[in-house]
Ligand binder design. Structure first.
Ligand code: FES
Ligand code: FE
Length: 441
């Protein structure tokens, strides 16, 4: 709690204490207060299309099975046998009729209910109340544009309310065609010795790092012009730590309209349900990168699949999965609109992987610097000196003429969006603490 006071005082001055990026106590509090109370992305409808389909996912440190049951409903079950605590599922994905625990053989239905146990009558002689011994089930599971989120807090607001004004951007990103998005492959995963928040705050508004950290993309002529890309970067801030970077891509020429989807694809998008501000955004300054608090991020940018190739938009979804203080697992999915041809989808996949796969030209740049942040956040010298990080960039500010929801920043030089992320983080850490205290009474 002393730390929260320091963070609050620091944020008022555009500063942040270094230890938030690598600290045992902070990490434990985040797992307890943020990941058990907020809506966390777990899977997309297209990953589990038919009944019995499941994937194994995580909500913070909780290992969960996301499964479509007999009725078509998606359940999010804790992968934790009620008998003696073994994991009941050891597969990443598949199709199941039931789950049988490998230890003593208790069996669970795909909706999580207890279904039976070996030698049931002899062993329990009718004394076991089957209703009480199913798998733990997340109280809230909802989806938006097929993206399934779960929340472990039964008192939480609905997903739509949670997403708030950010739905306005999500609709523009994922809702351009009635068939929606489809996943290309299981998520790629790799461990990075960096804090999960380094990724989340980078995606929520950091266009400033591109011309330095990603200069290799310019030098290799992979994306000529990247050195100046922050000059066409804009900010969409929907409050509560949910924000997006937009790029005014049409400044690069008319072929870059609508993320540079080719004209045949654009012609199939249906813009009729969007308001004029949204239409202008979609065409000229589309959201390219963003974060929904806490750890869901998005990226769609026109980029070649090979050096010198024509720019292709790809849709990359990622999660910054906390593992331990200063360590995360990065999960990256490639998605694309379901109606696109296999060839177009494949090209988008290659473009996404070439830039942002684990060996992608951008990915390595970011992870290298984020690892440094976590390593130095544990520095005894820095901590003893009360070192603060700087979030004081302040050019521009919200555009007073903006007609859309939230706030729009004509210049990304100003760390308003990152500050918003940290204010939300602080609020959740405090409210989570209060909720925990309240539930004890
Ligand atoms: Fe699962 Fe015993 S621990 S059946
Ligand atoms: Fe980057």
């Amino acid at each position: 709690n002393k730390l929260f006071g320091r963070v609050e005082g620091a944020l008022e001055q555009g500063l942040l204490p270094v230890e938030v990026f690598c600290d045992d106590k902070v990490f434990r509090a985040e797992m307890d207060r943020i990941f058990t109370r907020n809506w966390v992305f777990v899977a997309h409808d297209s990953e589990i299309p038919t009944k019995g389909d499941f994937v194994q996912r995580r909500i913070g440190l909780d290992q969960v099975i996301v499964i479509r049951d007999e009725t078509g409903k998606v359940n999010v079950l804790l992968n934790h046998c009620s008998h003696r605590g073994s994991e009941v599922c050891h597969e990443d994905q598949g199709n199941a009729k039931h789950f049988k625990c490998p230890y003593h053989g208790w069996v669970y239905k795909i909706n999580g209910d207890f279904a039976g146990a070996p030698h049931f009558n002899d062993a329990y002689a009718g004394s076991l109340d089957a209703k009480k011994w199913g798998l733990r089930r997340a109280p809230k599971v909802e989806s938006y544009h097929g993206f399934i989120f779960a929340c472990l807090d039964e008192n939480a607001v609905s997903l739509k309310e949670y997403l708030g004004e950010a739905t306005w951007a999500l609709d523009a990103i994922f809702g351009l065609h009635p068939q929606g998005m489809k996943v290309m492959a299981p998520p790629e995963r790799f461990i990075v010795k960096a804090d999960w928040k380094s990724g989340a705050e980078n995606f929520c508004g950091d266009a400033y790092h591109v011309s330095t950290a990603h200069i290799a993309a310019e030098l290799s002529e992979f994306i000529p012009g990247i050195r100046e890309v922050s000059t066409i970067a804009r900010g969409y801030d929907f409050g509560n730590g949910n924000s997006f970077i937009g790029h005014e891509l049409t400044q690069w020429g008319p072929t870059f309209e609508m993320w540079a989807y080719p004209p045949e694809t654009r012609a199939q998008f249906d813009l009729s349900g969007f308001d004029p501000v949204q239409v202008d955004m979609i065409k000229n300054t589309p959201p390219t990168i963003g974060t929904i608090f806490p750890n869901f991020s998005y990226l769609r940018f026109p980029q070649p699949a090979t050096p010198g190739g024509k720019p292709v938009p790809f849709t990359n979804i990622r999660m910054w999965q906390p593992v331990s203080p200063g360590v995360m697992e990065m999960w990256t999915w490639e998605f694309e609109y379901a109606f696109l041809s296999d060839e177009d989808r494949k090209e988008a996949y290659l473009a996404g992987q070439f830039g942002f796969g684990s060996g992608g030209i951008f990915e390595m740049d970011d992870t290298a610097v984020w690892e440094g942040i976590a390593k130095m956040a544990a520095s005894p010298w820095s901590r003893r000196a009360g070192a603060m990080l700087n979030y004081q960039q302040k050019r521009g500010g919200p555009d007073p003429e903006w007609k859309g929801p939230g706030q729009f920043h004509k210049s990304i030089y100003g760390e308003y969006l990152q500050q918003g992320f940290w204010r939300r983080w602080l609020r959740e850490m405090r409210e989570g603490d209060a909720a925990r205290e309240g539930s004890k009474q």
